[in-house]
Design a protein around this ligand. Structure first.
Ligand SMILES: Cc1cc2nc3c(=O)[nH]c(=O)nc-3n(C[C@H](O)[C@H](O)[C@H](O)COP(=O)(O)OP(=O)(O)OC[C@H]3O[C@@H](n4cnc5c(N)ncnc54)[C@H](O)[C@@H]3O)c2cc1C
Ligand SMILES: Cc1ncc(C[n+]2csc(CCOP(=O)(O)OP(=O)(O)O)c2C)c(N)n1
Ligand SMILES: [Mg+2]
Length: 584
């Protein structure tokens, strides 16, 4: 008995939190202290974990998210009870909507006063119920290790997602024996529906063999599943073109002859037209978001749909699946691949290429330097600079939300997994700067760029101080158009240019960076873009570039709300910023 006790030391609940995190492989956490989590902070010094002090707990949940997206591992955020916990909420919801594995640990008031409106008591498990994959309230020290271990398992198995563990102060102060191995959860039991029925496999193969105009819809699930090689082999074996969702960018090489580009509201015109003409859609780990489908009643009317998806709840949620294969994408593609009859006919690809029509004429990227600094050109040049430096695989772009986010998706070519980190489902402004800090901790050897708008950057700019304190080299490109640009564009098109509350005044971003000991420069001309980007990348220190760009530029193509996928508004041909009668 005695020797057994020695093997499993008695620790405080606070120590058990860290010991369990160490056992799960956590090396970095993002957090902010306060009363209800103080016992845990007191014990931190005994454990080999680096704590990044954020400036707002929203930053902690976004950093954990950026860490997870960049590495594929679980990101961890820590906060106190009450306002600390509620500040995490936007980051948790962001992770939930994009299926990102994070574990958030919050302190809670002591169990004896639970439910009394004690100081800084808030029902955070109640608040986060709809925005977590699962959450727990822990009131006993002996439950801490098993609960945190289960949280890690839930966060990363099946469809990943955020898990919150709320731990009372008395549970942190009490003691219990710590046995990491004994705290392991029961092995993950896949959902009973997780199987690709052999009948469904046969149906899928028959549909694929019969299809003349198939399109693969490449989603985020490819990255989660690690199914890139299988998707490439699948596309090549039958010459099937591949369209990507925003979150699927990087899953399929852009220079591959079968790569079409991004689909959806701001996707390429020929990609959306190909989907509308298709007779078979193969949805690989994507969930038919409304930004992807446009008007559902008119979506891909001639196409049968095969949906390969790990979450049964996604099947036929938005778009009816003729064949559903439920399970891990890589595993299902491994089953399908040997059964696929080969086909090399390129006539469908030729038809899609013909759909491109005058797309390149309308493409702002082909405009010569006319003295205007367009955001699309800036982003394209950031890509060119990384390419010419041979750093594309080693460059992670973290975008905020708005026009710059869409131009990034259109003009930065992502050929490698986990090189684009962006908030797709919740579309959270303020995401980029903290998520980039998380990504840099996950991949310190990579070049990490923030691409943010002047609006969103101001939402979490306080995290510049975190960069300063942590001495991490992150590059920041603020695409400064003086507007909440994406909203301004909607006001331009749908609200008769009534620019209510969208012109936005900003501080001098270069001076703001300087106040944090961060170097910076303002760029107003195209010729200065690449040299300044090189200066930032090679400085080995954080660097902010304020790109003063065209104020009233628009993102094209665009599908208006309620319109079908093929009913796109295209970039005007004569004047890139203003429609002329010839364009309508
Ligand atoms: C301003 C703005 C504009 C936007 N415009 C566009 C646009 O034009 N085009 C566009 O595409 N998006 C656009 N988006 C993003 C859009 O809202 C969605 O976030 C995006 O389309 C979701 O992509 P997804 O379905 O691939 O990824 P997710 O939403 O992450 O879904 C991934 C799916 O894969 C499944 N999955 C996970 N793991 C596995 C596995 N191992 N095996 C099988 N399946 C798995 C999940 O269960 C989930 O259903 C825009 C967002 C914003 C903010
Ligand atoms: C937290 C939050 N509030 C509001 C919005 C709505 N919204 C979407 S894009 C956008 C404008 C973004 O402006 P900016 O950051 O300057 O980027 P730009 O569109 O100009 O590139 C707004 C207000 C949002 N997505 N997130
Ligand atoms: Mg802006």
């Amino acid at each position: 008995m005695a020797s057994k006790k020695n093997q499993h030391p008695t620790l405080t609940g606070a120590e058990i939190i860290w010991a369990t995190l160490v056992g799960e492989g956590t090396t970095t956490v993002f957090g902010y202290p306060g009363g209800a989590i103080l016992p845990a902070y007191d014990a931190l010094r005994k454990f080999p974990i680096h704590h990044v002090l954020v400036r707002h707990e929203q930053g902690a949940s976004h950093m954990a998210d950026g860490y997870a997206r960049a590495s594929g591992k679980v990101g961890v955020a820590i906060a106190t009870s009450g306002p600390g916990a509620t500040n995490l909420v936007t980051g948790i919801a962001t992770a939930m909507l994009d299926s990102i594995p994070i574990v958030c640990i919050t302190g809670q008031v002591s169990s004896k006063v639970l439910g009394t409106d004690a100081f800084q008591e808030i029902d955070i498990t109640g608040i986060t119920l709809p925005i977590t994959k699962h959450n727990f309230l822990v009131t006993r020290a002996e439950d801490i290790a098993p609960t945190i271990r289960e949280a890690f398992q839930i966060a990363q198995t099946g469809r990943p997602g955020p898990v919150l563990v709320d731990i009372t102060k008395d549970a942190q102060q009490a003691t219990a024996p710590f046995d990491f191995a004994a705290a392991a959860p029961a092995p993950h039991r896949p959902h009973p529906m997780l199987r690709a029925e052999s009948a469904s496999i046969k149906e899928a193969i028959a549909l694929i063999a019969a299809a003349k105009k198939p399109v693969i819809l490449a989603g985020h699930g490819i990255i989660v599943s690690g199914a890139r090689d299988q998707v490439i082999a699948f596309a090549e074996s039958r010459n099937i073109p591949v369209a990507s969702t925003l979150l699927g960018l990087g899953a399929f090489p852009t220079d591959h002859p079968l790569a079409l580009g991004m689909m959806g509201m701001h996707g390429e015109s020929w990609v959306n037209e190909a989907i509308q003409e298709s007779d078979l859609l193969l949805a690989f780990g994507m969930r038919f978001d409304d930004r992807v489908t446009g008007n559902l009643a008119q979506y891909a009317p001639h196409a049968k749909k095969i949906h390969i998806e790990i979450d049964p709840a996604e099947i036929s949620k938005n778009v009816h699946a003729d064949v559903a294969l439920i399970g891990d994408l890589a595993q299902i593609l491994d089953t399908l691949l040997p059964l696929l009859p080969k086909k090399s006919d390129a006539s469908w690809i030729k038809q899609i290429n013909a759909l491109k029509g005058d797309a390149s004429v309308r493409d702002i990227i082909n405009l010569p330097d006319n003295g205007h600094l367009y955001a699309a050109h800036v982003i394209h040049d950031i890509w060119c600079e990384a390419r010419d430096a041979g750093r594309l695989e080693q460059t992670v772009i973290v975008t905020d939300v708005g026009q710059h986010q869409m131009w990034e998706a259109q003009y930065y070519r992502h050929d490698y997994l986990r090189t684009l980190i962006t908030s797709g489902g919740l579309g959270t402004m303020g995401f980029a700067l903290p998520a980039a800090i998380g990504a840099k901790f996950a991949c310190p050897e990579k070049d990490v760029w923030v691409i943010a708008g002047d609006g969103g950057f101001q939402m979490t700019a306080s995290e510049l101080a975190t960069i300063q304190q942590e001495k991490i080299a992150i590059n920041i490109a603020v695409i400064n158009n003086g507007f909440l640009g994406m909203v301004r564009q909607w006001q331009e098109i749908f609200y008769e240019k009534n620019y209510q509350c969208t012109p936005i005044l900003s501080p001098d971003f270069v001076l703001l960076a300087a106040a944090h000991g961060i170097a910076g420069a303002t760029v107003r001309e195209r010729k200065a873009v690449i040299p300044t980007v090189t200066q930032a990348r090679t400085s080995g220190k954080p660097f902010l570039i304020n790109f003063q760009v065209e104020k009233e530029d628009g993102v094209y193509p665009m599908i208006a709300p309620g319109a079908a996928l093929h009913e796109m508004t295209r970039r005007p041909t004569k004047n890139p910023l203003m429609e002329t009668p010839e364009d309508v």
